[in-house]
Design a protein around this ligand. Structure first.
Ligand SMILES: Cc1cc2nc3c(=O)[nH]c(=O)nc-3n(C[C@H](O)[C@H](O)[C@H](O)COP(=O)(O)OP(=O)(O)OC[C@H]3O[C@@H](n4cnc5c(N)ncnc54)[C@H](O)[C@@H]3O)c2cc1C
Length: 476
């Protein structure tokens, strides 16, 4: 009997994962990618011997990555992940600093140096973050979210009391205020909302679980850059028999009991494109976009791997972004991968990835980004030299950049990194569904369940593969 055919639309991490798993299950899988390369938002460029990730730089949940390669039968293709003992170094506008070590004792010591009470506060915050993870995070990440009842049934295993406590939580900002006396650690807590492209003043305190995930499972770097992960997934997909077609933008159409994609017939479809438009939710508010500048430094710097340079007034920054403006003073993510991985820069040089959040653009205003990029470059140079003493006299050359328009060219709606904006208490439960309205269509990727970020998107790909398999009458 001929195997059933599945089309996967989009070669981002979610699409590659779903395609590989489905092919390994025994389906005849074709993956269509609109651009001429795989990986979607997860890219790597090499300029003058310097290797830069252009999207994700922070990898966590290594067990999820490992389990994904295992499900693909491709543990041998998984890139090496290096765990960072100093997860992130924070610099504040008033010149103070906080080192978030994976080791809680060291992190608490650094917090206590900012405010004596905040050392204890940090431990209490991480304990709360762990509780939220166990009550809501684990059941949310364990299976495709289809109904609140299904989620509650899974959550009940860990005790409904904990879940109800979790649901009573208000915003992430309120949680930070509960645990910390000083402004510095409150700002540290608030930053975790940006991992979902959201605002800490609107997102539920449950996003604190990301802080727990980082501390418990580690912050990692992919040796050689994220491209290693994309290549590993591509090789696994091909080895399992996936046919990959690049440079073909396709859509699916219902035909009889199946679908037509790219003029061919399929029994089921996995869509890795952002689901908002296809699920008639284009008017939904969007998460933030991002601008990334990549600089070459003519010497090997001694900066940590990840540094955050906080803006003085975080609330003002988010208000400006929500109003669709570039913030006057920016919070900056500075990534210096040569701190961990010598393969990322030739001897005597360093590459710096510098990212800031910006609003999604308004349709028709794409051209304005040429000017915005120059404004941001000037602002970033000024902030780097004002806040990082080591960079004050280093002539940095801009060698590459990525704007929201580049993200839109990879299918991100108006450049929004994560698509759907999970604000409000039930925000994470209102994500675009994994099931399309036509039976046999499933969604995978950062725009659907369980959300954005590389490991979650891998989970999404595996969930979509499971739902497709069950639909086609196979083993789920
Ligand atoms: C600047 C930046 C920083 C980030 N930092 C981190 C980080 O530190 N850690 C982390 O874990 N995550 C991070 N992320 C998020 C992470 O990159 C994404 O959540 C993840 O890569 C999204 O994967 P996806 O499967 O949703 O596919 P996407 O990357 O969205 O790819 C979708 C693919 O589908 C293709 N496509 C769309 N429509 C069609 C069509 N009609 N036909 C054919 N192909 C189509 C697109 O061309 C694209 O290749 C970051 C993202 C950005 C942009």
């Amino acid at each position: 009997m001929k195997p059933q055919r599945v089309a996967v639309i989009g070669g981002g991490i979610g699409g590659l994962t779903a395609a590989g798993v489905l092919a390994r299950t025994g389906f005849d899988v074709t993956l269509f990618e609109a651009t001429d390369s795989l990986g979607g938002k997860a890219g790597t460029v090499t300029v003058n011997g310097l290797v830069f990730d252009t999207g994700p730089t922070v990898m966590t949940m290594p067990d999820t990555v490992r389990a994904t390669f295992a499900e693909l039968g491709a543990e041998d293709l998984m890139p090496r992940l290096e765990r960072l003992p100093l997860q992130t170094h924070y610099r504040y506008a008033d010149g103070r600093e906080f080192s978030c070590w994976e080791d809680l004792d060291r992190a608490a010591e650094s917090a206590a140096a900012l405010n004596a009470a905040d050392g204890k506060g940090l431990r209490a915050f991480f304990a709360d973050a762990e509780n939220v993870y166990r009550a809501a995070g684990q059941p949310y990440l364990e299976a495709p979210y289809e109904t609140m009842m299904g989620f509650m049934t899974r959550a009940a295993r860990n005790g409904l009391g904990t879940l109800f406590t979790g649901l009573k939580l208000s915003t992430l900002d309120a949680l930070g205020k509960r645990h910390f006396r000083g402004p510095h650690l409150r700002q540290f807590v608030n930053r975790f909302a940006t991992y979902a492209g959201a605002s800490p003043y609107e997102a539920n305190a449950a996003f604190a679980m990301i802080a727990h995930i980082e501390r418990a499972f580690g912050v990692h770097h992919v040796i050689g850059g994220l491209q290693g992960l994309v290549r590993g997934l591509e090789a696994a997909a091909r080895r399992n028999g996936v046919g990959i077609e690049l440079g073909v933008k396709v859509r699916h159409e219902k035909r009889g009991s199946g679908f037509v994609v790219g003029e061919r017939e399929f029994d089921a479809v996995v869509v890795n494109a952002d689901p908002l438009e296809l699920q008639h939710r284009s008017a939904d508010p969007l998460t933030m976009s991002g601008y990334v500048a990549m600089f070459e430094a003519p010497k090997r710097l001694s900066l940590p791997h990840h540094t955050i340079l906080f803006a003085a007034d975080y609330e003002k920054e988010f208000a400006e972004l929500a109003a669709g403006r570039l913030a006057e003073e920016l919070t900056v993510h500075l990534c210096h991968p040569a701190a961990t991985d010598a393969t990322m820069a030739p001897e005597g040089k360093s590459g710096l990835y510098v990212m800031v959040n910006v609003p999604p653009f308004r349709l028709g205003e794409e051209a304005a980004w040429q000017g915005h990029a120059r404004t941001l470059e000037a602002q970033l140079r000024a902030r780097l030299s004002a806040m990082v003493p080591e960079l004050r006299d280093v002539p940095l050359s801009l060698v590459a950049e990525r704007t929201p328009v580049d993200l839109a060219n990879k299918g991100a709606p108006r450049g929004s990194i994560y698509g759907y904006l999970p604000h409000g208490k039930f925000g994470p439960f209102n994500r675009p569904a994994m099931r399309g309205t036509d039976p046999g269509v499933f969604f995978a990727g950062g725009g659907t369940h369980p959300g954005g970020g590389v490991p979650l998107v891998m989970l999404s790909g595996r969930f979509a593969a499971g739902l497709t398999t069950a639909h086609l009458g196979g083993r789920s």
